[in-house]
Design a binder for this molecule. Sequence first.
Ligand code: SF4
Length: 322
Amino acid sequence: MAWEPETSPTDRRTVRLYNVWPSFPSISISGSSCGLGCGHCSGRFLSFMKDAEDPAGLRNLLITSDGGIREEARGALISGGYDSQGRLMNLDEFLPAVQELRESGLIIKLHTGFVDQATAARIADAVDIASMEMVSEITVIRHLYHLDATPETYLDTFRNLRDAGVSHIAPHICLGLPHSSEEYVEWCLEMLAEEIQPSTISFILFTPTEGTPSEGHNPPSPNLVEHAFARAKWTFPGVKTILGAVRPRGAAFESEPSKGGASDRRHEVEMAAIKGGADGIEVPARSTIGRLTARGHHLVRVDSFGVLPIELEGKVNVEEVH
Ligand code: SF4
């Protein structure tokens, strides 16, 4: 069957509005250290996360001294810098504490980095959701991520997570990356589709970041965003797709004054995701919520990260908005 993009939806389908903070903090288990220095980040993303200096520090961020879960916490994203082989730094040391957090009732999502079969088996016991970026082009891997790896290396990690029985696998794909071609998204989706049944596919957007080698590269266009979601829906019917929180908001759009103000562009990108068929948006703009309300969508606010499986929504705050 030939692929064709969806037409603009005028249906009243459900859209989930994910409110990530404060119930699902992002925590770095490597502090501000990263051994990769990717061209679009240079380690700066880590500054938006809470630091866990050691496994005890990680527990203390989420659990009180008497073993209770800290007020507001429902789960966490555990991430950090990667080493020069693309592995999450300090993962071995922190995994027992991560498992303890999960056993205390918190919902845990882990950015795994590359993992072998043995580590994947330990991850399967320790987390609810394993998240990993899919990268389909060697130019991006070499020139942006500085890794001596191939797209197959990424797939190997997804296979290891699948074979280990990880409950939920949530690939994320970054749109608009420097060095990527027009086919980048399609290849990511096709490679995944041959091997993996994801619970959610999350799209994040390249964000020009001051002080990095890629600061002058433009963020992805609304057209690219719409196309990516439509393509994901076609490749993975029935799989939830979301627009992740990692995307330009404000200053990153200032270099494109001819295209309208920053908030207009943010709204435009979010609406493009919905037009492509997105099931949810992390931290949507108010203007987007207003527009979706006016269009009659069924809106549900979920206080969690967007990769939360629908069957786990009973563990978090969920509110009908419209
Ligand atoms: S591995 Fe992650 S934290 Fe390190 S530079 Fe790359 S994107 Fe940034």
